[in-house]
Design a protein around this ligand. Structure first.
Ligand code: C2E
Ligand code: MG
Ligand code: MG
Length: 740
């Protein structure tokens, strides 16, 4: 404790002497109480003042602490420099940024921490700071004690001391990260404007940015391209499979590279070497695609290769369709000059698909190559052998006779020779194989027919050769011509059939062993204003070929669902399961499952009342996609029947994969049940197979009691056919079902 008297004590002492003096001077002592009272009041006042003072002091200290914390730990380095640029004060962060202990920094010259290349700049800057009043800032490369460097942003203000001396206060931050990002951006910007065309799209393929080279290569400016999709450049030279393949690779591998034919704004088609890279977010989702491409049409080294890729078939090295069309155009021109006939032979192998499936694609490829040799060996030099794809070949013969009869004989001879050559046995990898071809021939003379027409004629003749029992040859003739004309008229009418409400669904009953109605099959009819009622076999193949089956199939689906809904109120129809036929092409639509789902929810029907009949043609490719879609639909409660079962080449392995509910024995087996014992055996086998796989079996085309009896005897449980009823229009069907 301090021995010094404190202020109240001093006051007391002073008061006491006053008391003594007062009492001693005039002999009239002031009353001690008065003094004491005054003293007490004074003392209380003083204590109050003391308390306030202490309080203020505490607050001051707290605020100083806060300030010191703020000063030391703000995410900014603070330094005070003397007018000689020596460090007189620094906060903790500043010391940390410079990599030196705080106390060791004091009185060191700041320039010591500036990278050499920036020291002159720093000196000039500091002089300027000292001579101006306003804040100034600059960016410098600073050097830590250990020699490492960083980019710093400095914010400086000069301060005048009371004695007129000058100093400066500096706030500085590490901006190395920002610098790095800026640099990366600068490099990216330069790289973006490279010689290669670059296009950036979002995840939906909408173009977001293109560079100058893009404009140079394609002719489209950034304004014209942004907001569009790369389809802008589509040349039409690649089919759907090409793009599908590209997208699959992109989505799986996030990368695709290859040659692509594009079209410039001016219509010119050229070859690009295209690389597409998918940009993904940290969660793995694709956010953008970056495509870079360079024109390789003009690159002499690759142009030969491009030409080969564009005009020749990779497997057989034969001219492809494009090359054939080119040559055919030239041949027509030549024929019109020379007045000689030419011929186009369309050749299709008879059982190639089957062979491919059973022996594998490798053997299939070997066979195609061998056939190529045989074809080449049987034509003259100057004739063209081309492969259109798959198992289709075309022979173009030029310079035949000037006389049409003679030209036909010449073409026929070549055709026969080729047919015989193809039919000779093959020895491939130790296997002995057989293969035949069907050939269609059409003659050409000048520009009488177009290139496309000629191909169509030969194709059509080939189709007739096939129908006549394969391994044969047919010439295109006027009768075929009439059919072709008829078919194209039908095709153009079919395009309007849906819009003009000319399609109807007929219904054919399906029954059980007791002949009780268990369901119906919806069958399409086309009520044509001039031609009358057209059966499906006359227009379904056409609809499939033209793709019209997709909208038509959707209509069938929606109509069938609406029918199930309308029947739900009537006890005679409410439990009928309605089957509809779906083509492979419909099932291949990416949104098929959604379409069915929508049709069901729009009508609110019980999905168990809907059955979809499929044919084995849908096993031709992409079985896993088919299985996935079927499973999705099955999960909704829909069932599946395999229509025309037994007619196509059916692989048991595939069948096992498919989530089927029913096999539908094809009517051709039922028709010949009586007089064909092999059919009887087949039907029995199918019924057995159904039982083994746990599938229902239904027989279609049951026309007579004997067939029903046979089927019944062998364990078939469901039937459809004229014996019970033909397919009927809605009103008749409803009347009929009330009766049975
Ligand atoms: P499918 O699905 O095998 O249909 C059975 C066909 O056999 C029907 O011919 C039916 O009228 C006929 N039929 C039924 N019972 C008998 C019988 O006892 N004897 C004989 N001789 N024939 C009988 P339809 O209606 O001409 O249909 C032919 C094919 O057209 C159908 O064969 C089916 O593959 C296709 N089709 C019909 N409607 C559609 C449809 O809406 N969409 C698709 N994609 N195809 C359809
Ligand atoms: Mg059917
Ligand atoms: Mg059928």
């Amino acid at each position: 404790m301090s021995m010094k008297p404190n202020r109240p004590d001093q006051l007391r002492m002073k008061a006491e002497t006053q008391l003594v003096r007062a009492s001693g001077k005039d002999g009239m002592p002031r009353p001690a109480e008065e003094f004491l009272h005054e003293l007490q009041v004074y003392q209380v006042e003083l204590e109050m003042q003391n308390e306030e003072l202490r309080q203020a002091q505490v607050e001051l200290e707290e605020s100083r602490d806060r300030y010191v914390d703020l000063y030391d730990f703000a995410p900014v380095g603070y330094i005070t420099l003397t007018r000689d640029a020596m460090i007189s004060e620094v906060n903790l962060i500043g010391a940390a940024l410079l990599g030196v202990e705080r106390k060791k920094l004091l009185l060191r010259r700041f320039v010591h921490f500036v990278a050499e290349e920036d020291s002159d700049r720093w000196n000039r800057f500091f002089v300027s700071v000292l001579h101006h009043d306003e804040r100034q800032n600059c960016e410098l490369v600073l050097k830590r004690n250990d020699g490492s460097i960083f980019h710093a942003h400095l914010d400086c203000l000069h301060i005048k001391g009371g004695n007129g001396g000058r100093s400066a206060r500096i706030a500085f931050t590490d901006i190395s990260e920002r610098k790095k990002a800026e640099e990366a951006l600068r490099i990216a910007a330069i790289a973006f404007e490279s010689q290669e065309g670059i296009m950036v799209t979002d995840a939906n393929g909408v173009i977001k940015r293109v560079n100058n080279a893009f404009t140079r290569l394609t002719g489209y400016s950034a304004e014209e391209a942004v907001g569009r999709t790369p389809a802008l450049l589509s040349s039409g030279r690649h089919d759907k499979d090409f793009y599908q393949c590209m997208w699959t690779t992109l989505n799986e591998q996030k990368y695709w590279q290859g040659e692509i034919w594009n079209k410039r704004k001016n219509g010119k088609i050229y070859a690009d070497w295209l690389t597409i890279t998918a940009v993904t977010a940290p969660n793995g989702n694709i956010t953008h695609y970056v495509g870079t491409f360079s024109d390789i049409t003009s690159n002499p080294e690759s142009s030969a290769e491009i030409h080969r890729l564009a005009y020749y078939d990779l497997l057989t090295q034969l001219p492809n369709r494009r090359m054939l069309l080119d040559r055919l155009r030239q041949a027509l021109a030549a024929s019109s000059r020379s007045k000689h006939y030419g011929a186009l032979l369309f050749l299709d192998l008879d059982n190639f698909k089957n062979l491919n499936d059973t022996r594998g694609h490798y053997i299939g490829d070997l066979l195609l190559v061998e056939i190529t040799h045989r074809l080449n060996a049987n034509v003259r030099e100057g004739d063209t052998v081309a492969r259109l794809g798959g198992d289709e070949f075309v022979l173009m013969l030029e310079n035949l006779s000037e006389d049409i009869q003679e030209a036909a004989i010449q073409a026929g001879l070549v055709g026969e020779k080729v047919r015989d050559a193809v039919a000779l046995p093959y020895r491939l990898k130790g296997l002995e194989l057989w293969c035949t071809a069907s050939i269609g021939v059409s003659l050409f003379y000048g520009h009488e027919a177009s290139v496309d027409e000629l191909l169509k004629y030969s194709d059509f003749a080939m189709y007739h050769a096939k129908k006549e029992g394969r391994n044969s040859m047919r010439f295109f003739d006027p009768e075929m011509q009439a059919t072709l004309v008829e078919r194209s008229a039908l095709e153009s009418d079919l395009r309007h059939a849906l819009g003009r409400r000319q399609l109807r669904l007929y219904y054919q009953i399906q029954v059980d062993n007791e002949r009780r109605a268990i369901g119906a099959e919806a069958l399409l009819r086309w009520v044509h204003p001039e031609r009358g009622l057209i059966l499906p076999e006359q227009f379904i193949p056409l609809a499939e070929k033209t793709g019209l089956i997709v909208p038509i199939g959707l209509w069938v689906l929606q109509t069938a669902c609406a029918q199930i809904r309308d029947w739900s109120g009537n006890p005679a129809t409410s439990s009928l399961q309605l089957a509809l036929n779906a083509s492979a092409l419909e099932l291949r639509q990416p949104d098929f499952v959604e379409q069915v789902q929508q049709a069901i929810s729009a009508t609110g029907i019980n999905p168990a009342l809907l059955k979809i009949e499929l044919t084995e043609s849908l096993l031709v490719d992409n079985v896993s996609d088919t299985v996935a879609k079927m499973n999705a639909l099955k999960a909704l409660g829909i069932s599946f029947s395999m229509d025309d079962f037994g007619t196509a080449y059916s692989s048991l392995a595939y069948l096992k994969q498919l989530p089927l509910d029913q096999l539908k024995i094809d009517q051709s087996f039922i028709r010949d049940l009586g007089d064909n014992s092999s059919n009887a055996a087949l039907v029995q086998a199918i019924i057995l197979m159904g039982r083994t796989f746990g599938l229902d079996v239904i027989a279609e085309g049951v026309e007579v009691e004997a067939q029903l009896e046979f089927l019944n005897l062998h364990g078939c449980h469901a039937y459809q056919g004229y014996l019970f009823s033909r397919p009927l229009p809605l009103e008749e069907f409803e009347a009929f079902i009330e009766r049975v």
